[in-house]
Design a protein around this ligand. Structure first.
Ligand code: ATP
Length: 135
């Protein structure tokens, strides 16, 4: 892979620099749906939804992670992601995610207020992202 196709990716969470390196492409889940970003993308910002982050490294290697909301700033040669939380597959506690999923589903079923349902739906999405990323 020629260097001119690579761009800088930086993923930051409140507790660490999750990822920082040159990449060929990055896939993320935005509020409007999944996007794939290559170098020289039109500069923009987007709001992220809980989902899977797929980092395409030089040479064809792919790295997958669970990424839970936040913002992405896309510039022509640099993408910065500020995320609420992110985990590599080996960091995910699958049992915890399954329990969080059950809790969220129960809350969605129960007659809570609208805010409770929205919060439960976000918790459900985080749990599903973790379960998918851990596979
Ligand atoms: P739970 O209800 O299980 O706490 P949550 O979705 O409310 O889940 P978050 O608020 O998104 O949790 O995350 C809080 C912290 O815990 C973050 O640092 C996140 O990376 C970590 N975390 C949450 N769930 C898991 C999991 N299943 N495996 C590993 N780390 C997790």
């Amino acid at each position: 892979m020629a260097d001119e196709k690579l761009f800088d990716l930086r993923v930051i969470t409140p507790d660490r620099v999750f990822y920082e390196d040159k990449v060929e492409m990055v896939e993320m889940n935005t509020k409007e749906g999944a996007i794939g970003v290559y170098k020289k993308h039109v500069p923009t910002t987007c709001i992220l939804s809980p989902g899977i982050l797929i980092i395409h490294r030089p040479g064809g290697e792919k790295k997958k992670a669970a990424l839970h909301g936040g913002f992405a700033e896309i510039l022509k040669d640099k993408v910065t992601v500020l995320a609420e939380a992110a985990e590599w597959p080996e960091e995910i506690d699958l049992e915890r995610a399954k329990k969080a999923k059950e809790r969220a589903e129960e809350r969605i079923q129960s007659q809570g207020g609208e805010m409770d349902v929205i919060r439960a739906e976000m918790a459900l999405r985080r749990a599903l992202a973790r379960i998918n990323a851990a596979k």
